[in-house]
Design a binder for this molecule. Structure first.
Ligand SMILES: [Zn+2]
Length: 233
């Protein structure tokens, strides 16, 4: 969680109040990244509580996975979309870490999760990461890792193909677009391990499935998939 606040923080906040990215209200000194009210009303999927798991359904018949969960329902135009937007485009990495940590804690509280060895952010293509300056999924992974008490491993999977935006593609085109885009650098590291791959938002699951397939094709590993948001197709 955040470092201890000091008097300087209070002083700075007088002039630059921290605002909740969801409702835009001023955060209280005790609130970290999102106000309590918005955290309570987060449109959780509750996949962890036997409400049916649409995230897991995305991977039926494509790649065998252990577990797949998303934290909340991602709807375009909703105020909650701002969480992903700020994390991805406004350099608000701490928002990803905060959400990841809460997601991890709630998940571990509600479902039995197999012993995990590594948490791996789904890699961006190096060119894209350079342009953005960071990989947003790495920060979600960092937050999850705090709750799971396992290390983040970010350099053993590489994105070897630059893919253009998936937004306007059909479901089939999306699956085709992401074939063979990932490569495992050292398969030995993943052997006999359970790995969680982390993404920000999952839509068709094609990218995550492609990453899981890359791992499964060269290592004897178990793979689970976690995303902060699941978008309606
Ligand atoms: Zn709020």
């Amino acid at each position: 969680m955040a470092r201890k606040r000091n008097i300087f923080d209070d002083f700075i906040e007088l002039f630059f109040p921290r605002l909740c990215p969801v409702c835009g209200e001023k955060l209280s000194p005790k609130e970290e990244c999102i106000c309590l009210k918005c955290m309570i009303h987060l449109p959780r999927t509750l996949f962890g509580m036997n409400m049916g798991n649409k995230m897991e359904e995305l991977f039926y018949g494509s790649v065998p996975i252990e577990k797949a969960y998303a934290y909340f329902n991602y709807k375009k135009g909703s105020d909650y979309q701002n969480i992903i937007y700020r994390l991805k485009y406004k350099d608000e990495k701490e928002l990803g870490e905060y959400m990841g940590e809460h997601f991890g804690a709630e998940l571990l509280n509600s479902v039995p999760f197999p012993k995990t060895d590594f948490i791996c952010p789904i890699p961006l293509h190096p060119k894209k990461e350079k342009k953005r300056g960071y990989n947003q999924s790495e920060y979600i992974a960092k937050g999850l890792a705090k709750s799971f008490h396992v290390p983040v491993l970010k350099d053993n999977i590489k994105r070897v193909k630059y893919t253009i935006s998936q937004t306007h593609k059909t479901r089939f085109e999306r699956w085709e677009n992401v074939q063979n885009i990932f490569k495992v650098i050292n398969p030995v590291i993943f052997n006999d391990k359970h790995i969680i791959i982390v993404d920000d938002v999952v839509t068709t699951g094609a990218t995550l499935a492609s990453c899981a397939t890359a791992i499964k094709s060269c290592c004897n590993a178990k793979v689970s998939l976690l995303a902060l948001g699941i978008a309606k197709k």
